[in-house]
Design a protein around this ligand. Structure first.
Ligand code: GDP
Ligand code: IMO
Ligand code: MG
Length: 416
């Protein structure tokens, strides 16, 4: 079987991508991350055990799957080490399963210091970043002064590049942000031993992906969501990478012709972490209940996620931008208790929150967790799903009704 699948969040992240990737990798040979860094938090629940992945692809739990980090990802060596230790302590094998592009840019402690200092400096105008140094690392990449994993292979070359980079960072930190500078020597002493311990995973991953994508199956795992895309999202309240489909091609070196199916991960309602516009946001008891029932606490920063009704206008934009073939609708069970459910259909602009056209329908008020077939879902739940399909002109091919691997309804075999 050769079928490559591209997967992306359709809104502002945390749609349940990790869970769906984990389900799909049962039938895959590799799982690839292509953008973002440890700002992501992808939660997997297997046999009652919860594992949160930030940097490592969500296929790592499967022994037959190669987990590949493409060149578009920004890598914090400290975060990578922490995550590997966490996986090892959970008895998850890494050896011969993890491959990291030598062209990945590295997030330094000084990038994180700049991210945090800048957010503080911006005050009320802050983005609400995860404070992981993502933005500053991508800035240096584009400015052509960044440090890549490949630079760590030659010590003299590394020292020369890291010295001028941290010198620049410290100038910014001290003089512009009036913040504490970062020690060059401490950074080198910390990062070089970590690099030595992970060096065995660092290769040119593009030929490997080319081979697997030609002969077998890869799941390309998007992090963040469509509306956090640097070009097409709710700028400036976005992340610093292309989260949408083209980010996959540049972040891996694999062409779009290799993708057979693009899957949008859509939560049955909408959430957002951090600042910025959110037209269908609910600042009432319903919003509080969705947060409570959905456990909407950020998997990376522990911040409360803002909640609202499903936004179809954004879903349609995500379908267009990513050329989606189908939707995986997640967290349907979170709506089980509601008497009435709304869908945000249209509005003029992101700031025009008063003028939203909603479609209201009756809830189903029955438990959906554990249901395995579409026909066994309550009638009103099926009506909700059909309404989404009609409004988006796209089929819902998978439904998730709980956090566990087993809580899934396959409507269509997307590998066929
Ligand atoms: P991601 O960033 O898109 O991978 O999503 P997160 O892991 O940040 O957030 C999704 C949260 O919802 C996690 O806590 C998951 O365990 C949980 N989850 C995923 N799918 C479902 C579902 O269908 N129902 C419920 N109740 N929880 C789910
Ligand atoms: P996953 O992959 C939700 C948000 C931050 C902030 C903005 C910029 O788990 O869906 P950054 O640190 O990237 O510069 O922050 O992007 N953000 C996310 N929100 N889920 C994520 O990842 C996110 N990654 C970044 O909250 O608003
Ligand atoms: Mg998340």
């Amino acid at each position: 079987m050769n079928k490559n699948i591209f997967l992306v969040g359709t809104h502002w992240g945390d749609e349940g991508k990790g869970k769906i990737v984990d389900v799909l990798t049962e039938n895959a040979s590799a799982c690839v991350r292509f953008q973002g860094g440890h700002n992501a938090g992808h939660t997997l629940l297997i046999g009652g055990k919860k594992i949160i992945l930030h940097l490592i692809p969500s296929g790592i739990l499967r022994d037959h799957v190669k987990s590949i980090i493409g060149n578009g990802v920004v890598v914090s060596l400290e975060a990578l080490q922490d995550e590997l230790n966490d996986l090892k302590s959970n008895n998850i094998a890494i050896q011969d399963k993890l491959f990291i592009s030598k062209f990945c840019h590295v997030i330094l402690p000084s990038h994180q210091a700049i991210d945090i200092a800048r957010e503080k400096y911006l005050g009320k105008a802050s983005i609400g970043t995860t404070g992981r140094g993502i933005g500053p690392a991508y800035e240096d990449k584009v400015a052509r002064r960044g440090l890549r994993l490949i630079d760590f292979f030659n010590h003299e070359h590394l020292i020369s590049r890291i010295t001028s980079l941290i010198d620049y960072h410290n100038f910014l930190l001290s003089n512009y942000y009036k913040s504490t500078p970062v020690s060059l020597n401490e950074t080198i002493d910390k990062l070089v031993p970590i690099f030595k311990s992970i060096k065995k995973y660092v290769i040119d991953v593009t030929p490997l992906m080319m081979e697997i994508s030609t002969n077998s199956t890869i799941i390309f795992e998007g992090a963040q969501g469509t509306m956090l895309d640097i070009d097409h999202g709710t700028y400036p309240y976005v992340t610093s990478s292309n989260t949408i489909f083209p980010g996959m091609t540049t972040g891996t070196g694999i062409g779009s012709d290799k993708i057979n199916y693009s899957l949008g991960i859509t939560k049955s309602y909408t959430t957002r972490v951090g600042n910025g516009p959110f037209p269908t946001e609910l600042k009432d008891d319903i919003g509080d209940n969705l947060a409570k029932w959905g456990g909407e606490i950020g998997a990376t920063t522990g911040r409360a996620r803002r909640c609202g009704w499903l936004d179809i206008k954004i879903l349609n934009k995500a379908i267009e931008l990513n050329n989606l073939n189908g939707i995986a609708l997640t967290k349907l069970d979170v709506l089980d208790n509601l008497e009435k459910i709304k869908i945000g259909k249209d509005y003029n602009s992101f700031s025009d929150v008063a003028d939203i056209e909603y479609l209201e329908m009756d809830g189903w008020q029955t438990l959906t967790k554990g249901i395995k077939k579409l026909k066994d879902l309550p009638k009103n739940a099926r009506h909700y799903i059909e309404t989404i399909e009609n409004l988006s002109n796209t089929s819902v091919d998978l439904i998730s009704t709980g956090a566990s691997r087993e809580d899934i309804i396959f409507i269509k075999n997307i590998f066929e």
